[in-house]
Design a protein around this ligand. Structure first.
Ligand code: MGD
Ligand code: MGD
Ligand code: SF4
Ligand code: MO
Length: 579
């Protein structure tokens, strides 16, 4: 049996893991991304207390009893009123074996995203398919623009790739990367659309757009230039808190250089998130960055792109950011914590309380497990076979079972038991794994998808015309809501709501609040009391509450992005008041 696996966590890096003689987890130093290092989550993985035994209404029960209760509940539940909610606590492909069962019983699933759906929708409109750039391709760039992404926290293995390059950071926070960048544009939140339009406009005015590329792959750029002219320059610069000098400096850095733009989820936690990505992509197209080595615009890729699964998928679905749980009799939550991570927590809590039978299938106790009737412990990624695809590159890695444990049940085994009970077919586990292994190829000793493009967009775009499609209209209005901006980026010590979760609200030291003071934070959606921390990397018009902080989503609205059915965690402004 191989002694290596891959990290299952929802993270760009998809690290390769080896287990040493003492059973400790280490980074595989033969792997080009992991290079021998993991991160705090995996270095301390065995220290986090997991759920050891199944429970029904607070009482410990045997796994066989838990499965019987589950079968009975599902048997008597109307499929239309049965919801399967799969979070992203483990993004191994075998997690989807449970989709196979719930699709077979004709239950309801989810669509849309809490994460990157708005940005992806914008990318699909322009490019037809969403490919990320592999770290090897980023390594060939001269200049990297990091736009609404925080690699020190969210994918630390990229940092070595960014060394010795000209760096531009566009972020309302002076992140660790911003402190060392050649240029940091500390933009006001929610203004990236305007900045991207202005960058395109000035590139065209200055005449260093890639005419050859545009004639071939973006012939509508003349019309797009007209659209960018609708931006009122002076007023917009003031509104964004960006100077002409900064725009000039950015353009000077990228002029004639191999440039990569790395876009993160920060720019698209708003209703117009798709438009933002389209405008950033358009700037990339105007510079001619697609289909060339060491160049490109890279967001979170679609980890399922080009993969065929051995499982059925659910056809009846509801958008995940605004599920009304109260319209279901039975809810099965797997690998997620909707009572903390979905927006508008108060509404979610109330609706969830109305569900007749609630099941939690996971590793750790959290807000959701606390409200469920039946708790089924999962096996950790070390205790089951799986395959891991990635949204940060094109790797597709085997995850071998490395440990035995008496605790929990794997997703495949639970699905298999349920399928048999309901008389539904399911392929053998070995067949499922073989089908996934079959889609791998080894490139320089690293297992990747067979369908991975070597140079994304080399042959043009996957749109009807084969060209990049520019936006032909845009909503340039700024919100006139009163209050300051809420930022909810990822925290270093937690992975969403797993591991060491942050506490408190962070404000600039000059904002009139003392460290340790309790404040009440209000938004249109709800309110929350938190303790104040200072952070001088913030703008004065922003307060920061890390994603995964208990209660943060009491403040966030359950609206959908205009495209992509994504959550919009930063759409609401907030007020911070003394108690
Ligand atoms: N340690 C750790 N790593 C993680 C995660 C975690 O919870 N913890 N979560 C994983 C998951 S699920 C995901 S989706 C990825 C996301 O990883 P990233 O894409 O890096 O996302 P965030 O940390 O949410 O936000 C990135 C940056 O956007 C900035 N930002 C916020 N608003 C704006 C804005 O309006 N404009 C601009 N230009 N910037 C803005 C924030 O200040 C932040 O620095 O990380 C993954 N990796
Ligand atoms: N305010 C705010 N809210 C956000 C975000 C934000 O930026 N700001 N980010 C959003 C984003 S990008 C995301 S991706 C979501 C993530 O939100 P969720 O998908 O809800 O993820 P987690 O909170 O990490 O919950 C994961 C749970 O999965 C379980 N788990 C782990 N491994 C396994 C396994 O192998 N099997 C099973 N069955 N269970 C397992 C653990 O018990 C853990 O508690 O949160 C979103 N919520
Ligand atoms: S950096 Fe990401 S992929 Fe690597 S070990 Fe940490 S959480 Fe897992
Ligand atoms: Mo995410």
């Amino acid at each position: 049996m191989s002694q290596t696996t891959a990290c299952p966590l929802d993270c760009y890096d998809a690290c390769r893991i080896v287990i040493d003689g003492n059973g400790a987890l280490k980074g595989d130093n033969t792997h080009p991304i992991t290079k021998g290092y993991l991160c705090p989550h995996l270095n301390h993985f065995d220290e986090f207390e997991r759920i050891n035994e199944p429970r029904f209404q607070g009482k410990k029960i045997a796994m066989s009893e838990a499965i019987e209760l589950l079968c009975n509940a599902l048997q008597s539940s109307n499929p239309q009123k049965t919801l399967f909610y799969r979070g992203s606590g483990n993004i191994g492909l075998m997690q989807r074996s449970m989709d196979h069962f719930f699709a077979g019983m004709d239950a309801v699933g989810t669509r849309g995203s809490l994460c990157d759906g708005a940005g992806e929708a914008g990318i699909l409109q322009g490019r037809g398919v969403n490919y990320p750039l592999s770290p090897a391709m980023i390594d060939e760039a001269d200049v990297v623009i990091v736009w609404g992404r925080n690699p020190h926290v969210t994918h630390s293995h990229l940092l070595t790739t960014l060394k010795n390059k000209s760096l531009v950071v566009i972020d309302p926070v002076r992140t660790a990367l911003a402190s060392n960048a050649d240029l940091h544009i500390q933009i006001k939140p929610h203004c990236d659309l305007h900045l991207a339009l202005l960058l395109s406009r000035f590139t065209l005015i200055e005449g260093f757009h890639d005419e050859e590329f545009l004639e071939r792959y973006g012939s509508e750029y003349g019309e797009y230039y007209e659209l960018t002219q609708t931006v009122r320059i002076k007023a917009t610069l003031v509104a964004m808190d960006v100077t002409l000098g900064q725009i000039g400096a950015l353009l000077e850095l990228v002029r004639g250089k191999k440039t990569v733009i790395l876009v993160g989820t920060g720019v698209q936690k708003y209703r117009n998130g798709a438009e933002v990505l389209r405008a950033i992509d358009a700037f990339g197209a105007i510079l001619g960055l697609f289909g060339k080595r060491g160049c490109g615009v890279s967001f979170l890729g679609n980890s399922m792109q080009g993969l065929e699964l051995p499982f059925r998928s659910l056809h009846k679905t509801v958008p995940i950011p605004n599920i009304d749980f109260s319209s279901f009799d039975t809810v099965f939550v797997q690998g997620g914590n909707p009572l903390s991570q979905m927006p508008n927590t108060a509404k979610v809590e109330e609706a969830f309380a109305h569900v007749g039978f609630k099941v939690y299938f996971g590793l750790y106790e959290n807000e959701t497990s606390a409200q469920c009737d039946l708790i089924i412990p999962a096996k950790t990624f070390l205790e089951k076979e799986d395959v891991r695809s990635s949204y940060g590159d094109f790797t597709l890695q085997k995850m071998a079972k490395l440990r035995d444990s008496e605790i929990g049940i794997s997703e495949y085994d639970l699905s298999s038991v349920l399928c048999h009970h309901f008389n539904l077919s399911i392929p053998q586990e070995e067949e499922c794994l073989a089908m996934l292994y079959n889609q791998m190829q080894s490139i320089d000793g690293v297992d990747c998808k067979k369908v991975a493009p070597i140079l994304p967009y080399e042959e043009g775009f996957a749109t009807d015309s084969g060209e990049f499609i520019f936006m032909d209209e845009v909503d340039l209005s700024f919100s006139d809501e009163e209050g300051i901006f809420l930022l909810t980026p990822k925290a270093a010590k937690s992975l969403n709501s797993q591991f060491h979760r942050s506490q408190g609200v962070y404000v600039h030291p000059e904002c009139g609040f003392f460290v340790g003071e309790e404040v009440i934070i209000r938004s249109k959606t709800g309110s929350l009391r938190l303790e104040v921390h200072h952070d001088d990397r913030l703008r004065h018009d922003c307060a920061l509450i890390y994603a995964g902080t208990p209660g943060v989503n009491r403040l966030t609205p359950d609206l959908l992005s205009y495209d992509g059915e994504n959550a919009v965690y930063q759409e609401n402004k907030i007020k911070v008041e003394k108690c």
